[in-house]
Design a protein around this ligand. Sequence first.
Ligand SMILES: Cc1cc2nc3c(=O)[nH]c(=O)nc-3n(C[C@H](O)[C@H](O)[C@H](O)COP(=O)(O)O)c2cc1C
Length: 226
Amino acid sequence: MNAGETQRRPWIVGVSGASGTPYAAAVLRALLEAGESVDLVVSRASRLTLLDETQISFRDAHWQDDLREWLSRGADGKPGTFETDVDGVRHWSAGDLAAGPSSGSYPSKGMLIVPASTACVAGVALGLSKDLLQRAAGVTLKERRPLVVAVRETPLNGQTLRHLVTLDDAGASVVPASPAFYAGATHIQDLVDFVAGRVLDAAGVEHGLYRRWKGELGGGDATRTT
Ligand SMILES: Cc1cc2nc3c(=O)[nH]c(=O)nc-3n(C[C@H](O)[C@H](O)[C@H](O)COP(=O)(O)O)c2cc1C
């Protein structure tokens, strides 16, 4: 790197195999719109949820095309709803344990796991590093960088609850993928954007994904005109 050249410092976004690929799409779009660079890791299992929820096969060899198509979809699955420039994204294969984010010396702002499966929560809590996603999360914790874990499962058993406490104790922010209704949601996308917005709040990234509470009951009601 030449003197004066600024170093790329991305957010690592890990997509694991829990239901909720629209949450990941909303987070990715908002990060890119905020001018952040992104390193993307898509677990093997999440390719199944992505296929199930969007009918998109995510291919390592064609990741840019597949990502562009994925990010264009609204939560209702309609293609062409959004247009996102994916030039700021670098993709790493989940099996590539020599990838940049596998080392603490690789620059990053932190990591967002969205959605996080209970298997992923267990793997990170126990330090298993069974793939790049889990390794990058462990690295993020050891480097004391922000780690946000948007867990998606219901009901939660005691084992997962204990793993979540372990992650909280280690400094991670546990942000359950549980939408709220006070921000005036009228569409599925509003509920998705609320969760994505809370994930970004935990990371300290600015966004305009949902209407913030203003201290007034009914203030988020989109049907009110006064
Ligand atoms: C369609 C589908 C939906 C799933 N939804 C969830 C879920 O919401 N939460 C969860 O913890 N696991 C869910 N799973 C199971 C995970 O994919 C599975 O535990 C997997 O091992 C996770 O691996 P990963 O953490 O490496 O991505 C789902 C699996 C499929 C096929």
